[in-house]
Design a protein around this ligand. Structure first.
Ligand code: NAP
Ligand code: MG
Length: 508
C-alpha cells in the first residue's frame, strides 16, 4: 500500500491526463480509416471520458500488414533474445515511471478501485512483462534422443502475427499476460482491448514504442468485438489468437478459426468457482477473510471469483457472522479514493445483468443476508456487496456466472458432498479448499476439477504458475509461466542425417 497517493493527488493526475484515443498501429496513433469513433465513459460518474477510434476490418488488415512486414524484416523476430529483453525491460521502466498516470487512466475507464490497481494490477503487470523479458534469453531448445547417425533438433520459432483479445475486468494485467510472452518469443502482436477499457492498452503501446519496440511489433486496434474481434478471428495472416472473455464469444473465436486459416486459438473463459470449507477446516476468522476477498475483489468482476461458498454444516453458524464482520472493511464508493475497496460496475449492461441475478436469487427463494441493492452514489453504477444464504444447487445464482459482487452460500453435510457439489458445474477455472488436515486438503485439491486449486487461501498462483480452465472455462493452452510460450511458438523438428552416406562422398 506504500505506493498509494491521496484522493486529491489522484484527482490532480486525472485533471491533467492526456487521453489516448486513436488506435496504435505501426508505432503511431492512427484514427479509424472510416473516421468513426465511440464514447468511453467513467462508470463511477457517468461522465464521457473520450471518443475512441472505432476501427473496422480495413484497419485490422492494415495492422496485420504492418505487423507481418515487421515480422518478416526480422527487426524484432530475429533480434537476439537478449536485445529483446533489454528493450522490454526499458518498456517496464517507462511504465513504472508512469505508473500513477496508468493507474488513474485504468480506474477512470473501468470503475476499478485505484487501491487495487496501484497495489495489485499495475505491479503485477510490470512483473509479468519483466518476467517474460527476463525469460527471453533463458529458453533453450532441445535435441532428440538419437544415435551417432542422426541429429534431431527441436526448435521453437515465433508463430508470426498473433492477436490478443482482451476483457474489461483486468485490462492492463491481461495485456501483460498475453503480450508479454508473445513479444518475448519474437512475434508481432495485435491487441484488441475491450471496448469499455481501451485507454490503458493504447498508453502502454505508446510507451512500448518510446522504449524502442519497433513499429509494427505491438499494435492496438480498438473498436467493437463484433467487427474488430471478428476480423481478427477470420484473418488469414494471423497465426494465433489468445482470447480472454466470455465462453459464448470464445466459442465464436473457435468458429472463426475453423472457417478461416485454422489459426491457433487459446481461450480463457468464465467460471463459477467454489470456496469449499471442509469438516476439518480451522481458523474460521482467516477463512472468512479469504472468502470475502475471493468473491468481492474487483467487485466480483473476476473470472476466478469464488461466488459459491460450499460450507460444511459444522462451520456454518460460526462462519456467517465472521463473513459479515470482514465485509465491514470493504467500503464501496469513489474508485479514485484509496480508502474504497469496491468501485463501480464497468457498464450499464453489466450492472443490469448483476441486478437481474440478484432479483432472481430473491425470486427463487434464497435468503438475502446483506446487500441486494444498488447504491446511490452520484450517477455511478454501484452495487452493494450481496450475500445469499440457503442457496440450493438448482438455483440460477448457484449455476450461472454472475460476474458481480454476489456470494451464494450452499451448506453440505459431508466432505464428499462438498466435492461433488463443487464439481457440479460446467466450468472449471479455480477452486479454493479450506482444510487443516494436510493429506485431506491435498486429496480434495486433486479431486476438484479446476485449472487452479488453492489450499487454505484464495488466489490464482503467480506469474510462474500456469493459469487456465477445465471444461467450459478454457481451451487450448495456458497463460503465465513457461507454459504461455506454447501459445506463441511453433515447434519445428530439424533432422540431420549424419550417417556415412553416399551423398557425403563428394563433400570430403
Ligand atoms: P466478452 O464479451 O466475451 O469480451 C471479451 C473480448 O472479446 C472483448 O475484447 C470483446 O470486445 C471481444 N468480442 C466481443 N464479441 C466478439 C466477437 N464476436 N468476436 C471476437 N471478439 C469479440 O467478455 P467480457 O464481458 O469482456 O468479460 C467477461 C468474461 O470474461 C467473463 O465471462 C469472465 O469470466 C471472463 N474472463 C475470463 C478470464 C480467464 O482468464 N479465464 C479472465 C477475465 C475474464 P468488445 O469489448 O468490443 O465487445
Ligand atoms: Mg470506460
Amino acid at each position: 500500500m506504500s505506493d498509494l497517493l491521496s484522493r486529491q493527488e489522484y484527482q490532480a493526475i486525472a485533471d491533467q491526463l492526456v487521453l489516448t484515443t486513436n488506435a496504435h498501429i505501426n508505432g503511431k496513433f492512427t484514427p479509424a480509416k472510416s473516421g468513426k469513433t465511440y464514447e468511453t465513459t467513467n462508470p463511477a460518474t457517468g461522465e464521457v471520458l473520450a471518443r475512441i477510434a472505432s476501427c473496422g476490418s480495413e484497419d485490422v488488415d492494415y495492422a496485420v500488414k504492418k505487423a507481418r512486414q515487421a515480422f518478416e524484416s526480422g527487426v524484432w523476430s530475429r533480434l537476439h533474445p537478449s536485445a529483446r529483453k533489454e528493450i522490454m525491460i526499458r518498456m517496464v521502466k517507462l511504465m513504472k515511471r508512469n505508473r500513477h498516470e496508468l493507474s488513474v487512466l485504468e480506474s477512470l475507464d473501468s470503475g476499478k478501485p485505484i487501491r487495487d490497481i496501484a497495489t495489485i494490477d499495475l505491479p503485477e503487470t510490470l512483473e509479468c512483462f519483466a518476467w517474460y523479458a527476463e525469460a527471453a534469453d533463458k529458453l533453450y531448445d532441445q535435441m532428440s534422443p538419437a544415435t551417432d547417425d542422426a541429429l534431431g533438433l527441436i526448435v521453437r520459432e515465433p508463430v508470426g502475427v498473433v492477436a490478443c483479445v482482451l476483457p474489461w475486468n483486468f485490462p492492463l494485467q491481461m495485456m501483460g499476460w498475453k503480450a508479454g510472452p508473445a513479444l518475448a518469443a519474437g512475434n508481432s502482436v495485435i491487441v484488441k482491448p475491450a471496448s469499455e477499457t481501451s485507454m490503458s492498452a493504447l498508453r502502454v503501446a505508446e510507451l512500448a514504442t518510446e522504449a524502442g519496440i519497433p513499429p509494427g511489433v505491438l499494435n492496438v486496434v480498438t473498436g467493437p468485438g463484433s467487427i474488430v474481434g471478428k476480423a481478427i478471428g477470420m484473418h488469414p495472416d494471423i497465426g494465433a489468437v489468445s482470447f480472454t472473455g466470455s465462453t459464448e464469444v470464445g466459442r465464436r473465436v473457435l468458429e472463426y478459426s475453423a472457417r478461416s486459416n485454422l489459426k491457433r486459438v487459446v481461450l480463457e473463459l468464465g467460471g463459477k468457482n467454489p470456496a469449499v470449507v471442509l469438516e476439518d477446516a480451522e481458523a474460521m476468522d482467516a477463512v472468512a477473510e479469504q472468502v470475502i476477498r475471493a468473491v468481492f475483489w474487483n467487485m466480483g468482476e473476476n473470472c476466478t471469483s469464488n461466488s459459491r461458498l460450499i460450507v460444511h454444516r459444522k462451520h456454518k453458524e460460526d462462519l456467517l457472522p465472521r463473513l459479515l464482520d470482514k465485509l465491514r472493511d470493504w467500503k464501496t464508493g469513489d474508485p479514485l479514493d484509496p480508502q474504497n475497496a469496491l468501485g463501480a460496475m464497468v457498464s450499464q449492461r453489466q450492472f443490469d445483468d448483476v441486478m437481474g441475478y440478484i432479483a432472481k436469487g430473491k425470486e427463487e427463494g434464497a435468503t438475502l443476508i446483506t446487500g441486494g441493492e444498488a447504491l446511490a452514489i452520484g450517477k455511478g453504477l454501484f452495487i452493494a456487496p450481496t450475500i445469499f444464504d440457503d442457496v440450493t444447487p438448482d438455483m440460477t445464482i448457484a449455476r450461472e456466472e454472475i460476474f458481480g459482487p454476489v456470494l451464494t452460500i450452499l451448506t453440505v453435510g459431508s466432505d464428499a458432498e462438498a466435492i461433488d457439489l463443487a464439481n457440479d458445474t460446467c466450468y472449471g477455472l479455480q477452486a479454493s479448499v479450506f482444510c487443516a488436515h494436510g493429506k485431506k486438503a491435498l486429496r480434495a485439491a486433486r479431486q476438484l476439477r479446476a485449472g487452479t486449486v488453492t489450499v487454505n487461501c484464495y488466489g490464482e498462483g503467480d506469474i510462474t504458475t500456469p493459469f487456465g480452465g477445465y471444461k467450459l472455462s478454457g481451451f487450448g493452452g495456458r497463460d503465465n509461466g513457461f507454459h504461455a510460450f506454447d501459445q506463441y511458438t511453433e515447434v519445428k523438428t530439424i533432422w540431420l542425417d549424419l550417417s556415412e552416406h553416399e551423398l557425403d562422398a563428394g563433400l570430403d
